[in-house]
Design a protein around this ligand. Structure first.
Ligand code: MN
Length: 254
């Protein structure tokens, strides 16, 4: 099995080395990741300029795994990586320094790496874990969780796109979850720069209540959360309802 590893924190993040280290036990592994941080880049691709693909040395060397940096997004890395390195079966993205729960996955570059794999007809699994500005996660603990999740997921080949969130410490268990969609935690906050000019920053607001069985709930309870996702965003119920409410109609040009 050929496993391509990407992320959105950049190729030099310790999280990607931890993920590649575990992945190399499951198959032939290569790292292809953005040369700079691309967090919240979502599924954007660099369609209006050429991309480069360059061998690089990592601060956390992974035995037997080559690493390449691309001057693009996670989606670009999967596109270029699978163009250069043929017959990739699986794309793993992460381990992101920060969770990707609920509606945050709309912005997530980590999930986008896995999503690009699904768009190309491959399997994609995204891994994220809590991190703060002052404290990095314990990667040795996370590696044990990643291995346990991969052992659980890899035989389930019908799951094409999966979002995994790991607690910072050893999980109580691994549970199947839904994406939490009740609340959105993104908010723009105005502020002032040192010159007195007004600027605006995105921030995250705390979420008050979590719905049981959701990804956010699982993490709060100390579980590792696995959410199977799909690329098809069609709202089936809304489509059926719309069809009942309004017949398809012709448009007459005057
Ligand atoms: Mn990130």
């Amino acid at each position: 099995m050929r496993i391509l590893i990407t992320n959105d924190d950049g190729v030099y993040s310790p999280g990607i080395a931890a993920l590649a280290h575990v992945a190399s036990r499951f198959g032939e592994t290569r790292i292809v990741a953005p040369d700079v941080e691309m967090s919240s880049a979502s599924s954007s691709i660099s369609a209006s300029r050429p991309l480069t693909y360059k061998r690089t040395r990592l601060p956390f060397e992974v035995p037997g795994v080559e690493a390449y940096r691309v001057n693009g997004t996670p989606g670009d890395c999967v596109g270029v990586g699978t163009c250069v390195w043929k017959n990739v079966d699986l794309v793993l993205s992460g381990i992101n320094l920060g969770t990707n729960l609920g509606n945050a996955i709309w912005h997530s570059g980590t999930l986008a790496g896995a999503k690009q794999a699904a768009l190309l007809g491959l399997r994609g699994i995204a891994f994220s874990a809590p991190a703060t500005d002052t404290e990095e996660p314990n990667f040795e603990t996370l590696k044990i969780s990643v291995a346990a999740v991969l052992e659980m997921l890899l035989p389930l080949t019908e799951l094409r796109l999966v979002n995994v969130n790991l607690p910072a410490s050893a999980p109580r268990g691994i549970v199947w979850t839904r994406q939490s969609v009740r609340q959105y935690d993104g908010k723009v906050v105005p502020g002032r720069d040192p010159m007195g000019r007004t600027h605006y920053w995105y921030t995250v607001v705390p979420i008050q209540a979590t719905d049981e069985g959701s990804d956010r709930w699982a993490l709060e309870q100390g579980y590792a959360s696995i959410t199977p996702l799909r690329v098809d965003l069609t709202d089936d119920a809304a489509l059926e309802h719309a069809k009942e409410r309004a017949e398809p109609r012709k448009v007459r040009l005057a």
